[in-house]
Design a protein around this ligand. Structure first.
Ligand code: NAD
Length: 392
């Protein structure tokens, strides 16, 4: 009898698990249902480009119905309201309930606000194509308003958090600002582009010489960095920093960190700081019929430190889970997850980037790093296109 596989989320991990299971099991062996809150698979590593209007939405959001066409995968566009791994039940926002023989939890992460008063209510985030569109529209509206009123707050853009998300976003905004400001007759020099970072430096995952390179590149395009200064409170458009200074910005994007999806913590799965604990097969440590991939899981590397919540790891976990679902349902032997680190690539706008490549962390900067970043996106897109045309 056909087994029921339910996959929660169609980000990197969920999408690749769905398509990979079809390499091993046909529809008579497994009925696969994928639930996603958006009708698209979103390339979140490219959202900063959409947020700056540099690419079209189609470039970062691929319709799932098209991807799954002819693949015998049931697609449900709905939000997961809750799921219980003891009752083996998933409740969706459309009122339906799903049951399963095997579950894949690939629900990604949520923005972390760290309990900072007023932050969530008064900031935008960059977690989806909708968020990115909202950021671009908002910036354009504020610049248009500034052209009329010369209210400095409208020409102040603040990014909170100097990790990869914040830095890639600020670099992209810096690049489009001359054209965008020019469209409204505003001198781009009048637009303040600020990035505030709690830690002593931006991009702490990179070596110092690349951080310096990134800082110089962005400063040359008008970005001002405020490092060692946590955001402590936000009220309306007033952002307080730890040293007492107040920034008045009508555009404030919070990129200060991510945390496990709260639904995972509430599901009955064993968790470690909000992320599900898994064994070497990416199977929940508490529920053997549940596999957890991407940012929803915590996977410890050989040095005992958790892997960072990145797209490349989610992708690799999803592929592995496609096979292990088959092994679970057909009583075959599991394969261990082993992560391949292809490095860290930080774009600094359209024409500049810094990166560490491969397991040896070879540093790269400028055009070669930019091309690597571009290539990594193309590689991902061609990989899923190839998988979708070949599978099943
Ligand atoms: P992050 O956690 O990596 O960075 C958030 C930054 O915000 C940190 O530097 C932190 O010190 C700062 N911060 C926290 N609280 C603050 C406060 N109160 N005031 C000011 N600053 C504060 O988050 P991210 O950049 O969204 O990245 C999340 C994950 O996604 C990471 O694992 C990252 O590697 C990955 N990612 C990768 C890429 C890429 O590979 N190009 C791009 C984006 C994200």
């Amino acid at each position: 009898m056909s087994k029921k596989v339910v996959i929660l989320g169609a980000g990197y991990g969920g999408l690749l698990a769905a398509i990979n299971i079809r390499k091993y099991l046909n529809k008579d062996q497994a009925q696969v249902t994928v639930v996603n809150q958006y009708p698209t698979h979103q390339i979140i590593t490219e959202l900063h480009r959409l947020a700056a209007g540099s690419v079209s939405e189609q470039a970062v959001a691929m319709p799932l119905a098209k991807l799954f066409k002819g693949k015998d995968i049931d697609l449900k566009i709905a939000k997961v309201e809750s799921f219980s791994v003891d009752q083996k039940e998933v409740k969706l926002s459309d009122g339906s309930t799903l049951s399963y023989d095997a579950l894949v939890v690939a629900l990604g992460s949520k923005t972390a606000y760290f309990g900072i008063p007023g932050l969530e209510e008064n900031s935008m985030v960059l977690k989806s194509a909708d968020d990115a569109n909202q950021i671009y529209q908002h910036i354009e509206e504020r610049i248009a308003e500034y052209a009329k009123t010369k209210n400095a707050a409208d020409a102040t853009i603040l990014i909170g958090g100097g990790g990869l998300t914040g830095v890639e976003l600020v670099g992209e905004i810096a690049d489009i600002m001359p054209k965008l400001a020019g469209k409204y007759g505003v001198d781009p020099k009048e637009v303040k582009l600020l990035l505030v970072e709690a830690g002593p430096k931006i991009l702490p995952v990179l070596p110092d010489h690349l951080i310096e390179r990134a800082t110089a590149s962005l400063e040359a395009r008008g970005v001002q960095f405020l490092t060692g200064l946590p955001v402590t409170n936000v009220e309306g458009n007033v952002i307080d920093l730890k040293d007492g200074q107040k920034i008045i910005a009508n555009t404030f994007v919070w990129t200060g960190g991510v945390q496990g999806n709260p639904l995972v913590g509430q599901s009955g799965l064993d968790v470690d700081r909000g992320r599900a604990t898994v064994n070497e097969f990416l199977q929940s440590t508490s529920h053997k019929d549940v596999f957890v991939v991407g940012d929803s899981a915590v996977v410890f590397g050989p040095e005992g430190r958790p892997f960072p919540p990145t797209a490349q790891i989610a992708w690799q976990m999803g592929e592995q889970t496609g096979y292990n679902l088959y092994a679970f349902l057909e009583n075959k032997s599991f394969k261990e997850f082993s992560q391949v680190n292809s490095g860290t690539l930080a774009s600094l706008g359209r024409k500049d980037a810094v990166a560490t490549i491969g397991a040896n962390s070879t540093p790269l900067k400028g055009l070669p790093a930019s091309l690597m970043k571009e290539a990594s996106n193309v590689r991902y897109l061609s990989h899923i296109k190839a998988l979708f045309s070949l599978a099943y």
